[in-house]
Design a binder for this molecule. Structure first.
Ligand SMILES: *[C@@H]1O[C@H](CO)[C@@H](O)[C@H](O)[C@H]1NC(C)=O
Ligand SMILES: *[C@@H]1O[C@H](CO)[C@@H](O)[C@H](O)[C@H]1NC(C)=O
Ligand SMILES: *[C@@H]1O[C@H](CO)[C@@H](O)[C@H](O)[C@H]1NC(C)=O
Ligand SMILES: *[C@@H]1O[C@H](CO)[C@@H](O)[C@H](O)[C@H]1NC(C)=O
Ligand SMILES: *[C@@H]1O[C@H](CO)[C@@H](O)[C@H](O)[C@H]1NC(C)=O
Ligand SMILES: *[C@@H]1O[C@H](CO)[C@@H](O)[C@H](O)[C@H]1NC(C)=O
Length: 483
């Protein structure tokens, strides 16, 4: 359905250069074509094409594999590179200087730096393997561990859980203009963190069932590499996993639901609206996939002024100021961690993120309208409609406890607090799930996910009556005129 949809969007853009070629060969067609997009490639290939156009590497790659001591070797052959992954070699660990910043309830504000390369040292660390959780939070492209969002996420997490929290800092490998180089570097960062997790298991007795990995953007794939080399990690939370170079590639090189016992994925910037210019995965890739406001465009984010520019080929996107484009793409992409950070406190707050299983048609209309279709057509149903523990889930730390898996839709307010006020529903769902777990526990002892401490108490505030149609920008009409 998506390629078709994409084609519709692309054909609809006035005058976008589209050439028809027979059998598209990436190097033969794309590079010489100077960034003209062939008609017969799908949406995923289109994303790779754009990366070719904007990246200095232009798909040049060296075939030799490099080895970095205990981190192992990094081959450049398929599936690590391909037409969809025209990646250069990763930088060396000496260049990237991956490190961890450790926090716990004993040091919630002042982090302790943990070196993981070349040698691991945990002397003087306030780490305690008896804490029920050991959690890794990994940033993505062009970010670092001092950013407000990851600090905020860590603070909220420690409020809810007695955890060893490691922030994975790889800023020297992430703050480069060349996305392809940064994406390639994720392998080395993944290997460094994997080695550290093995160390915690072997030397400190940490169980994979205690480990929770959280990653944003490219950090989702780093988390994936860590999980792939440390089997049976309990939960992997992927916040808008980066798409270019990963979606459409074999599971060995990207996030996949086989990585951990439970993989939960947030989608906020898939790209149906502006072809090629979204950062996030479009397709489902976890046990549960949450599409926020349709998963493509978030209501808080402004649409660039395309009316004022005549886009006749993809290269005309340079006419749109780069701040506007990156603000637009980055805005939806970054809301993934804002939503999660807020949802972690669900249970302390008065409202919550109710996720409901979604069908294809509903999902499409929601995507087209950035979430407004649901709010407009379904305000009553979405409040009192059938929403039991088999059909709904509460987005937050306890997602893995809900029995239902699959594709979910969540609508939000356009500004914080993003959660819609559905306290009563959350209360009854949480109760249903607890009862279910008790029944289950009496029947059988085996449960694949072994995080025992629950993080949410049922909230006890009264529901505030509030129009589900909060004041919003008229995104729908703008999207329509763009199409
Ligand atoms: C790392 O450990 C090895 C072996 O224990 C040691 O020889 C080397 O000097 C250490 N390197 C650093 C930078 O501390
Ligand atoms: C983060 O902040 C610490 C303490 O101020 C500083 O030492 C470190 O260099 C900063 N890291 C980055 C990537 O800016
Ligand atoms: C876009 O193209 C139309 C028709 O060719 C022209 O009238 C208009 O001025 C152009 N707009 C801009 C912003 O260049
Ligand atoms: C919950 O709602 C009550 C009443 O509207 C308000 O006083 C309180 O500050 C709210 N609590 C939070 C955490 O938002
Ligand atoms: C789950 O956790 C409980 C309590 O910590 C422990 O006794 C049990 O062995 C764990 N089960 C698995 C499969 O790890
Ligand atoms: C909410 O519940 C908690 C524990 O169940 C209790 O300590 C607290 O006083 C309650 N708050 C209100 C406003 O009822």
């Amino acid at each position: 359905m998506y390629p078709l949809l994409l084609f519709f969007f692309i054909s609809g853009i006035k005058g976008l250069s589209v050439v028809s070629t027979g059998n598209v060969l990436f190097d033969k067609v794309v590079v010489p074509a100077g960034c003209v997009i062939p008609r017969d490639v799908d949406n995923i290939a289109r994303a790779a094409l754009l990366q070719q156009c904007i990246s200095p590497s232009k798909g040049k790659k060296l075939d030799e594999e490099r080895c970095f001591g205990e981190l192992g070797c990094f081959p450049m052959k398929s599936p690590w590179t391909s037409n969809l992954r025209p990646f250069p070699q990763p930088m060396t660990p000496d260049e990237i200087q991956p490190q961890l910043i450790f926090y716990s309830r004993d040091n919630p504000e002042v982090g302790q730096v943990v070196q993981v390369w070349p040698n691991i040292s945990t002397n003087g660390l306030k780490f305690d393997p008896k804490r029920p959780y050991t959690t890794f939070m990994t940033h993505g492209f062009a970010s670092n561990c001092n950013t407000t969002w990851i600090q905020h996420l860590k603070d909220n997490y420690l409020k809810q859980r007695d955890a060893n929290v490691f922030l994975v800092d790889w800023n020297k490998g992430a703050n480069l203009l060349n996305y392809l180089q940064v994406a390639s570097n994720t392998r080395v960062v993944g290997a460094a963190v994997s080695r550290f997790v093995k160390y915690l298991r072997e030397e400190k007795g940490v169980k994979p069932g205690q480990i929770h990995l959280i990653g944003h953007s490219l950090g989702s794939h780093i988390s994936s590499y860590v999980a792939k080399s440390n089997p049976k990690i309990s939960v992997l939370t992927a916040l808008d996993p980066a798409q270019p170079g990963f979606e459409g590639s074999p599971a060995a090189v990207r996030l996949d639901k086989s990585d951990a016992e439970f993989v939960e994925v947030v989608h906020t910037s898939g790209r149906p609206f502006i072809p090629l210019l979204g950062f996030g995965f479009i397709t489902t890739v976890g046990h549960v996939d949450f599409y926020f406001n349709g998963g493509a465009l978030q209501p808080k984010c402004k649409i660039p002024p395309f009316d004022s520019v005549n886009i006749t080929s993809i290269s005309d996107l340079v006419l749109v100021p780069v701040e506007v484009l990156s603000e637009w793409v980055g805005c939806s992409h970054n809301l993934a961690h804002e939503y999660y950070s807020e949802a972690i406190l669900t249970g302390n707050n008065n409202c919550s993120f109710v996720a409901r299983k979604t069908g294809a048609v509903e999902h499409l209309s929601n995507t087209f309208s950035a979430g407004y279709a649901n709010k407009l057509t379904n305000p009553i149903l979405s409040r009192i409609g059938d929403c039991d523990a088999e059909k709904c889930s509460i987005f937050g730390l306890d997602i893995y406890r809900y029995p239902t898996i699959g594709k979910f839709t969540i609508n939000t307010n356009s500004d914080p607090p993003f959660c819609l006020l559905e306290v009563d529903r959350q209360k009854s769902l949480a109760k249903a799930v607890s009862e279910r777990e008790q029944n289950k526990a009496s029947q059988t002892d085996s449960k694949s996910v072994n995080l025992t401490e629950t993080s949410t108490g049922a909230p006890n505030a009264t529901t505030t009556v509030k129009s589900i149609l909060s004041p919003v920008k008229n995104v729908f009409s703008k999207v329509k005129s763009f199409i």
